[in-house]
Design a protein around this ligand. Structure first.
Ligand code: ADP
Length: 568
């Protein structure tokens, strides 16, 4: 609360200006009743790149891995069992996977444009590569469209395109994991994001085109993997599969050791599914065997699961964004209210000394026109004008400091001296309101604090007590101030009055900003007091039975205040 000198009838104190600054600062920053408190950091996350994983993500990955492993083990005895030839399998799987991987890569590129990241760029490139290379693989698959395959395919074309996809994808997973450190240390500049995206798309298109050309036009030069349409050469197949599995295991280890975000977990899951898929392929030397079909199912799984999980996480991010926007809107409305409060505070602070200057100027003119002029009274009026002008200047200084940092200067402060000063500054008000003051100021060690801010607290508590007791007619008005040093060497200040007291249910809420029971009150005084005391590492509490007065207790640590309380 900042008192209006005219309203209380007492002299104004120079602390007003600084106090006004504090009040306005708080009005601009403080949470207000009815407005949701700021959400946790989690709610500010708008990119998958930084969305942290929790225990439920780990649980999900473990459950799915167990299910996949059980399915793999259950199929092991039947790996070589030949099933009916279903030539449409390859184009069907390819169509689903190509669309899935294309959507996944678009989502990842989009994420990359929000938060530029090398890892996302590499991952999106990997998905785009798989999406595109699957197309020539399906076209060249023998029996899918023609017996030997389209676009001039030879028997080795389709398997080599298949393995190209299976080699590039774990390689991109490995790069994704390894790039974490680089991304954290030197994030990609936003201006590079777009050129990076276009560049990677161009690389993928050219490399897929090149590989297709090589494997079709140059199929005769490719090392043989299959001996005919349905049989693979086991030794060659094993070498390729083992190297792909080894690469996938390395990328899995890199992902697992560097896992941090939700996406890291999903990619770990994908790596495991890839290993199982490769294991199926290496065991199934025959096309259209159980192992062959199972490999396709695992392959599909790796593609579909990431897309679904990405969509799920992005939907959650969208919901979070919508919530943040609502909060922001409320905050903006809140700010508008605070601007009104700020304007009222400034007007209030400046009007006081201006009124006094006008009154003193009028008085000086009046004494000047007298014959003979009353020089003594003229001098007094002019002095008052000067001191009120200085006060106005201080008010403006305080307002100017409004947008600066809060004064955090610390010095050795004598709390008893502050209380004496404050009581002296309100002597007039106390006697005008017939309030008896008793103080018991025990010896204290100096405190490490901000003198001006602590003066503001005492000043405000005393003024609140005076205002509270103004409405008491039937009993003695008394203000009692006591200081003591506690056993833990903290300093305790107790201020008691015989006013109407505070409703016990309101004892906590009176410290909230804008809570007031006074018609012209702002409800900021106690909120600022508590803020100041907490900045000093102490606490401020109120107690009352709701009828026979109020008691305010301030406890301040005697030594240097802790760091947490100092920041601003
Ligand atoms: P304001 O004085 O502008 O209302 P404050 O934050 O200083 O703002 O006080 C908030 C409320 O706390 C007051 O409106 C009053 O109801 C209550 N209050 C504060 N001090 C006392 C006191 N000594 N006795 C009774 N009520 C008090």
């Amino acid at each position: 609360m900042l008192r209006d000198g005219a309203r209380t009838g007492g002299p104004r104190h120079p602390l007003h200006a600084e106090f006004a600054r504090q009040r306005i600062e708080l009005a601009n920053n403080v949470w207000r009743p009815g407005v949701a408190a700021p959400q946790s950091f989690d709610d500010t996350v708008i990119s998958l790149a930084i969305q942290p994983a929790g225990p439920r993500h780990l649980r999900f990955v473990l459950i799915v891995v167990v299910v996949l492993c059980l399915a793999f083990i259950a199929l092991l005895p039947f790996q070589h069992t030949q099933l009916p030839e279903f030539n449409a399998i390859e184009p069907s799987v390819a169509a689903v996977m190509s669309i899935n991987d294309l959507i996944t890569s678009v989502l990842l590129y989009a994420q990359c444009s929000i938060v530029p990241s090398r890892r996302f760029l590499v991952l999106a490139t990997g998905y785009l590569f798989t999406a595109l290379i699957i197309i020539p693989h399906a076209l060249t698959f023998p029996g899918a469209f023609t017996v030997t395959g389209l676009i001039g395919a030879g028997p080795q074309t389709s398997p080599w395109l298949f393995f190209a996809a299976h080699f590039v994808f774990p390689a991109t997973l490995l790069c994704y994991a390894l790039l974490r450190g680089t991304d954290d240390e030197s994030p990609l500049p936003p201006s590079w994001a777009l050129s990076g995206i276009y560049g990677s798309i161009a690389i993928v298109v050219f490399s897929v085109g090149g590989l297709t050309l090589l494997s079709t036009a140059g199929h005769e030069y490719l090392p043989t993997i299959v001996s005919d349409r349905t049989h693979a050469i086991p030794a060659h197949l094993t070498i390729i599969n083992v190297s792909i599995i080894a690469l996938t295991v390395i990328s899995l280890a890199a992902l697992w050791t560097r896992r941090r975000t939700v996406l890291d977990y999903w990619l770990t899951l994908i790596s495991i599914a890839l290993i199982l898929e490769e294991a199926c392929f290496s065991l199934a030397v025959l096309r259209f065997s159980v192992g062959f079909y199972a490999g396709r199912v695992f392959w599909l799984f790796t593609s579909i699961v990431v897309l679904l999980l990405l969509l799920l996480e992005i939907t959650k991010l969208y919901a979070r964004l919508a919530r943040s926007y609502t909060l922001l809107e409320r905050e903006r409305n809140n700010k508008l209210l605070n601007i009104q409060a700020t304007a009222a505070s400034i007007a209030h602070e400046v009007r006081q000394p201006l009124t006094a200057i006008v009154a003193s100027g009028g008085a000086a003119l009046h004494y000047l026109e007298k014959t003979p002029p009353d020089h003594e009274k003229i001098r007094k009026s002019l002095r008052r004008m000067i001191s009120e002008s200085e006060r106005t200047s201080k008010v403006f200084d305080g307002i100017r400091a409004l947008f600066g940092r809060v004064d955090q200067r610390r010095e050795a402060v004598d709390v008893n001296e502050i209380i004496r000063d404050v009581l002296k500054s309100v002597e007039g008000e106390l006697s005008d309101n017939e309030i008896a003051v008793s103080s018991e100021l025990n010896e204290l060690s100096d405190l490490d604090g901000n003198r001006t801010q602590l003066q503001q607290v005492m000043f405000n508590l005393v003024h609140n007590a005076i205002e509270a007791m103004q409405c008491i007619a039937h009993r003695r008005r008394a203000l009692r101030v006591r200081t003591e040093r506690r056993v833990d060497s903290a300093i305790k200040i107790v201020m008691e009055d015989t006013g109407p007291g505070i409703d016990p249910t309101q004892l906590d809420s009176i410290f909230n900003a804008f809570v007031t029971t006074k018609p012209a009150g702002m409800g900021l005084g106690l909120a600022i007091c508590r803020q100041i005391i907490e900045r000093h590492g102490g606490h401020l509490i109120a107690s009352s039975d709701g009828s026979s007065g109020a008691k305010f207790e301030v406890v301040l640590p005697a030594g240097p205040a802790n760091g947490a309380g100092r920041s601003n």
